[in-house]
Design a protein around this ligand. Structure first.
Ligand SMILES: C[S@@+](CC[C@H](N)C(=O)[O-])C[C@H]1O[C@@H](n2cnc3c(N)ncnc32)[C@H](O)[C@@H]1O
Length: 273
């Protein structure tokens, strides 16, 4: 397999990051499927999922398109693609395939009814030109839809200072890594600038209690971004104390009887004319 430069992916390519993608996917699975259906995915469609990670969005699309449809997931990281194939096999999906590819220079055969991508545009240097280029794979009248987070909407209610501080570290690390933590809010404009008129937008957001996957996701996101935090002078490893962070947040949320809201997932979509 060809060497791939995965160095620009700010979250890293560790096995902990792959685990984090799984936790994130389990929290957002139903929200993603709802947003894909709302954007117009339907039975029988052929779907291209870019930046597919461990494959959960591809599998959500596969549930929608059914056995008459087909889904192709693409990612630059061979490690996550291996997990994606295992996940697809575990769910007995025969109509989902995965291939390695690096955006924006993607080459895939065929024409698709829908182009989808979750939490990928935030990681690209030039989302507009990438989306513009990718629409060539979508037939006229087909759907282009992307989903991304508004990270600053992550919070505990009532507020828990350790959660607030951790979310600030995460946002700052993404900014230092050249990424917009509020990419969700930018999606409609990215589609417009990519030549896709009249984009529509919807939002979905999971939440959980003090000992939930919501707290785990915040802690594990901090883990993946810790090297960037240290390099960027945002927080030291000692301040973050990553191996106890989840436990400390859970305890503080328990004391405050807080509900933890993880980032809003925004979807924007438009039709190719
Ligand atoms: C945050 S993950 C999201 C994965 C998946 N879409 C999901 O929502 O679970 C971003 C994924 O994009 C991939 N990625 C980042 N930059 C990429 C690029 N330039 N080309 C292809 N894949 C890329 C990473 O390897 C990673 O798997």
């Amino acid at each position: 397999m060809a060497e791939t430069d995965t160095g620009s992916y700010v979250m890293g390519t560790t096995s902990e990051e792959s685990d984090r993608l799984g936790i994130q996917a389990s929290l957002y699975d139903r929200h993603t499927e709802y947003l894909l259906r709302t954007a117009g995915l339907s039975e029988g469609m052929h779907v291209l999922d870019v930046g597919c990670g461990t494959g959960e969005v591809s599998l959500a699309a596969a549930r929608i398109v059914g056995s008459r449809g087909r889904v192709l997931g693409v990612d630059m990281d061979p490690g996550v693609l291996e997990r994606a194939r295992v996940n697809a096999a575990a769910d007995s999906f025969a109509n989902v395939g995965f291939v390695q590819g690096v955006l924006p220079d993607l080459e895939v055969a065929g024409s698709f009814d829908a182009l989808v991508g979750r939490l990928i545009l935030i990681h690209l240097d030039d989302p507009v030109s990438t989306v513009k280029g990718l629409t060539r794979f979508v037939r006229r009248g087909g759907v282009v839809t992307f989903q991304d987070f508004n990270i600053s909407r992550t919070r505990a209610v009532p507020a828990v200072p350790l959660v607030t501080e951790t979310v600030e570290w995460i946002s700052a690390a993404l900014r230092v890594g050249g990424r917009d933590p509020e990419m969700g809010e930018q999606l409609a404009e990215v589609l417009r600038l990519s030549g896709l008129p009249d984009p529509r937008v919807a939002v979905a957001a999971p939440a959980g209690g003090p000992d939930s996957a919501a707290v785990t996701l915040i802690a594990e996101s901090a883990r993946s971004l810790l090297p960037v935090m240290e390099r960027g002078g945002i927080a030291t490893a000692r301040e973050v104390d990553i191996d106890t962070l989840r436990e400390r947040m859970a305890r503080a949320c328990e004391v405050a009887r807080a509900t933890v809201y993880v980032p809003e997932l925004v979807a924007a979509w438009a039709q190719v004319r």
